[in-house]
Design a binder for this molecule. Structure first.
Ligand SMILES: *Cc1c(COP(=O)(O)O)cnc(C)c1O
Length: 318
């Protein structure tokens, strides 16, 4: 990062940012890509580029773009979200999607876009699910966007290339700062004209950066070194789930890719009312909200750390 060649990316003159954008576009099989500050900004630039004022996008009712991005599309783009039910496998109900598409009528918002998320709470959508969704989008004349903040995990879990996992979509946002472990940064990839439009929105959202090559260099490193190793995070999550499941009163709600959702029974919660603090005292930082919480493995967590986490839970809850 310190050695990165830099320039002014507001003028498209940062060679490292340009290299990263080209690399991600190629990796995702898209014409172009745009470096943005965060996953939220990537999704928002995508939504703003796809939809205009009074348009509508269809999205899962538990999706990050719908639930956890401050309603940005509605606030900043006057884009109406149309949520549809999300199943326990993380996939949205495509029958509900088809039913939610509005016919051309002056009473209705114009349905423009269908959004999926993969992975979703760690769960992996299959190629068939994504292709079925693309088929529904095409049939109804909608564009198709993927919130792929964790697309890399999905591709590794599916055993496909990132381009194959991105193929059913017109546009895809990906994060460098989640599983890939860089300090910051995301990209939006898609057709050149859409990315050009997104570029204008990025500027308006305050996402035009100067010598961003410093962080883009971390992204280039991560693309080369941190994608295949996501399989280790997945194995560590499985090891964590297996270890925790062996504790009386602990139930694993789901474990997929690098996320473990656990639930602790009322009886054993009483054994340690302030679990977060007690875990922290043993060197395990969580945002434990009990009785249900999410544990995530990542590149700074080794298999031996997993065993220490399981031991801490067993000691405190046992
Ligand atoms: C983290 C995340 C985002 C948003 O990324 P930020 O960089 O935190 O803005 C979007 N979608 C999903 C699925 C995420 O996990």
């Amino acid at each position: 990062m310190a050695a990165a060649a830099v320039g002014d990316d507001v003028y498209g003159e940062d060679p490292t940012v340009n290299e990263l954008q080209d690399a991600v576009a190629a990796l995702l099989g898209k014409e172009a890509a745009l470096f943005v500050t965060s996953g939220t900004q990537g999704n928002l630039c995508g939504l703003l580029a796809h939809c205009g004022r009074g348009d509508e996008y269809i999205v899962g009712d538990r999706a990050h773009t719908y639930m956890y991005e401050g309603g940005g599309a509605a606030v900043l783009g006057s884009i109406q979200p149309q949520p549809v039910p999300t199943g326990d496998d993380g996939m949205i109900d495509l029958v509900a999607v088809a039913a939610a598409v509005k016919s051309p009528d002056h009473h209705y918002a114009r349905t423009r876009l269908l959004c999926l998320e993969n992975t979703s709470d760690g769960r992996v959508l299959t190629m068939a699910q994504m292709e079925d969704s693309a088929e529904v989008a095409t049939r109804h004349g909608l564009s198709h966007h993927l919130d792929g903040a964790r697309l890399w995990n999905a591709a590794v879990a599916l055993g496909v290339s990132p381009a194959e996992a991105a193929a059913p979509f017109d546009s895809v946002s990906v994060c460098l700062s989640k599983g890939l472990g860089t300090p910051m940064g995301s990209l939006l990839a898609g057709p050149a004209d859409l990315i050009d439009e997104a570029h204008k929105w990025r500027k308006m959202l305050g996402g035009g950066l100067r010598q961003a090559g410093i962080v883009a260099a971390a992204g280039l490193y991560a693309l080369e070194h941190h994608i295949d190793r996501l399989a280790d995070d997945h194995a560590n999550a499985a090891r964590l789930a297996e270890g925790l499941a062996a504790i009386d009163g602990v139930k694993i709600d789901s474990c997929a890719t690098n996320m473990v959702f656990i639930r602790v029974s009322d009886e054993i919660v009483g054994n340690c009312p302030d679990l977060a603090e007690a875990l922290a005292g043993r060197g395990v930082l969580t945002d434990w909200k009990g009785p249900r919480s999410r544990l995530v493995t990542h590149l700074d967590v080794a298999a031996t750390d997993i065993d220490a986490v399981v031991e801490a839970f067993a000691y405190l809850l046992g």
